[in-house]
Write a protein that binds this ligand. Structure first.
Ligand code: B12
Length: 199
């Protein structure tokens, strides 16, 4: 028998970093991702690290996209990604950062390596254009299951409710809850993609 797994739209959380008040960059990214069929939750500007982390735990996006243009992004980004990678719930989360990563114009490219070796899956300096980001998006596999399913379902002691309803027929599809993650062996696909162990 042929088994069919339905793909769902990819889910993105878009956010700025804590110091950055610019917002049109976020609107731009939201529109770009939605145009490609993505579901986008835009957390907005000046978002504290802890809020980003909490929302990623709650929303379980396929990708967290960080945007920053005020020049502090390489610093805020490093602090944020270290916290994310220390969180056992978010260890498998795909996270990218882009925009104006510093105040050195094209020279901001020098921040890319450190951001990537510190845990970002990729970093995109705006001077380089959007081509590599679009390649990154194209490289994402279809989303067949919720991201970040490495948490165990919480034990329940609840008794079944008293109900007259018959169980709904199942069509043999796996449920979208409580699934274990499939092992990921993602290799870096891009220039600027993470090429070492996360710290
Ligand atoms: C509008 C604006 C403001 C407004 C923001 C209002 C708002 N609600 O958004 C206000 C007045 C608040 C502001 C404040 C400041 N700003 Co300002 N601001 C701008 C300005 C003029 C336009 C930004 C904009 O909306 N662009 C439109 C969006 C669509 O483009 P974008 O932001 O560049 O994003 C593009 C790319 O960067 C890229 N991108 C962005 N994020 C990502 C993420 C990924 C993953 C990828 C792939 C790509 C990507 O894609 C986008 C489309 O191409 C720029 C100058 C400029 N012309 O860019 C300065 C600018 C960003 N600001 C700057 C600065 C320094 C400041 C202040 C520090 C000034 C000050 N001394 O107070 C503060 C910082 C406040 C803070 N806490 O962050 C500098 C940043 C310097 C740098 N990084 O080299 C700039 C570049 C001006 C300059 N030339 O010096 N600013």
């Amino acid at each position: 028998m042929t088994s069919i797994t339905l793909a769902r739209p990819k889910r993105f959380v878009v956010s700025s970093v804590s110091s950055d008040a610019h917002m049109w960059n976020l609107v731009f990214l939201q529109l770009l991702l939605e145009e490609q069929g993505g579901d986008v939750i835009n957390l907005g500007a000046c978002v504290p690290d802890e809020l980003i982390i909490d929302e990623c735990r709650r929303i379980r996006p396929d990708v967290l996209v960080i945007s920053t243009v005020n020049g502090h992004g390489h610093l805020d980004g490093l602090r944020l990604i270290r916290k994310i990678r220390e969180d056992p719930d978010l260890v498998g989360l795909r996270v990218v950062i882009g925009g104006k990563l510093g105040v050195k114009g094209a020279g901001n490219a020098k921040y890319v390596d450190e951001l990537v070796t510190s845990g970002f899956d990729a970093a995109f300096e705006s001077d380089a254009g959007l081509g590599r980001f679009e390649e990154f998006l194209a490289s994402l596999e279809p989303a067949k299951q919720p991201a970040l399913t490495n948490r165990q379902p919480e034990p329940t002691n609840r008794q079944p409710a008293l109900t007259n309803r018959q169980p709904e027929p199942t069509n043999g599809q796996p449920a979208l809850t409580g699934r274990q993650p499939e092992p990921t062996n993602r290799q870096p696909e891009l220039v600027g993609a993470r090429n070492g162990a996360r710290k």
